[in-house]
Design a protein around this ligand. Structure first.
Ligand code: CAA
Length: 384
């Protein structure tokens, strides 16, 4: 693995840093307070190519390698995890899943629109009674002639109320368990499809999280993503991409915590000198630096495999597990460095901590990721 960034990778990071500093950071606090979806930012992010970062140019993407994509995602995550969530879901969970499993017609129909920000996507896997146990879906898909009728409920769906395109996972034959699941590309304007925003979240307040209801939603055979029975693999491979992007965004929270803490510690004085001079403050900051760099290296390890096109479930699980837990540790330490000021939204560190908390829940809890890693290490699955 080459540790030296290429000129293209540096340029991608620099462009994302400048965009984040100019357009996201100045409004992140207000958007969080007002729970305002950052529609304008998402559009501008798309015009820079970020929404289609790893998608090939022939489908409207920027054709970036996965390390560049991670660096872009890190910079957006350092600025605001709500914006980063829109990016991660649309790009990783939706666009990359269509790129992997879609027909040429589906790719041509949806990818340019997703990359340009004309439409936003969501990933309808989780249900009120099926989170970690993703194969146990109640949403049903019944075949009638050349169409399908979808019925069911989805829960905790990022972008659910703002998406124009939803990937909906549904069971076609309960007896077949995970081998009966199918994935469908559903236009959210289809009659019978509705979304209900979920309020009262701890963090990610300016992103949209919704429940979805599907009541006799009718789609054609051409909405199938992959074949009937492929749905579980579509979901799992999609999560390999989604988890990577969450991990990279969490590195951004870690780095943001280091940057904010180091600056504050140099400016703030106590006992007649900058608090940065105190060993216990340096320890807090050194621990953050260590977590940040370890998390970033794990992301690069997974990205390196993605660039080679080889299966990376284990490495992505390692990166997401470590980075999401590290983001929580780093933001918590940053609040400690800031003292009382860290507890108010005058500074970004309290938002970092609230936003970091969900990252060890969504797209695979830390416990599920440990069981995936444990299965690779022992050869024995805890799920069966
Ligand atoms: N890529 C491709 N195929 C894969 C795969 C992957 N990463 N992982 C598994 N598969 C395939 C396997 O090869 C196997 O294929 P066969 O049937 O042909 O043998 C099949 O899928 C079943 O695999 P497993 O036996 O590994 O499945 P499992 O039942 O043991 O998996 C689990 C259990 C790992 C816990 C899995 O259910 C899981 O990851 N759960 C967590 C789900 C999750 O992260 N949900 C969050 C969704 S995010 C969301 O919906 C909201 C949002 O907007 C963010």
């Amino acid at each position: 693995m080459d540790m030296e960034l290429t000129d293209e990778q540096r340029a991608a990071r620099q462009t994302a840093r400048e965009f984040a500093e100019k357009e996201i950071i100045p409004v992140a606090r207000e958007n969080d307070e007002q729970e305002k979806f950052p529609a304008e930012i998402v559009k501008n992010m798309a015009s820079l190519g970020f929404l289609g970062a790893p998608i090939p140019e022939r489908y409207g993407g920027a054709g970036m390698d996965y390390i560049s994509y991670a660096l872009v995602t890190e910079e957006i995550g350092r600025a605001c995890s709500s914006v980063r969530t829109v990016l991660s879901v649309t790009t990783s969970l939706v666009a990359l899943t269509i790129l992997t499993w879609g027909t040429e017609e589906q790719k041509m129909k949806y990818l340019p629109k997703l990359c340009s920000g004309e439409i936003i996507g969501c990933f309808g896997l989780t249900e009120p009674d099926a989170g970690s146990d993703a194969a146990n879906l109640s949403t049903s898909a019944k075949k009638g002639g050349s169409s399908w009728i979808l019925n069911g409920n989805k829960m905790w769906i990022s972008n659910g109320s703002v998406a124009k395109l939803a990937i909906i996972f549904a069971q076609t034959d309960k007896k077949l368990k995970h081998k009966g699941i199918a994935a469908f590309l559903v236009d959210t304007d289809t009659p019978g499809f509705s979304a209900q925003p979920i309020k009262g979240k701890l963090g990610l307040k300016s992103s949209d999280t919704s429940s979805l209801t599907l009541e006799d939603v009718k789609v054609g055979d051409n909405a199938l993503l992959g074949n009937v029975g492929d749905g579980f693999k579509v979901a799992m491979s999609g999560l390999d991409n989604g988890r990577y992007s969450v991990a990279a965004g969490c590195v951004g929270i870690c780095q943001g915590s280091v940057d904010a803490s180091a600056k504050y510690a140099q400016e703030r004085t106590a006992f007649g000198r900058p608090i940065a001079g105190f060993q216990l403050v340096q320890e807090l900051i050194a621990d953050m630096v260590l977590d940040t760099e370890a998390a970033r290296l794990l992301v690069f390890q997974a990205g390196h495999l993605k660039n080679k096109g080889v299966r990376n479930t284990r490495e992505t699980a390692l990166a997401k597990l470590y980075a999401s837990e590290a983001a929580l540790r780093c933001s918590n330490r940053a609040i400690q460095v800031f003292g009382g000021y860290g507890y108010s939204n005058e500074y970004p560190v309290e938002r970092y901590m609230r936003d970091a908390r969900v990252a060890s829940l969504y797209e695979g809890t830390s416990q599920i990721l440990k069981l995936i890693i444990g299965r690779y290490a022992t050869g024995i699955g805890a799920f069966t």
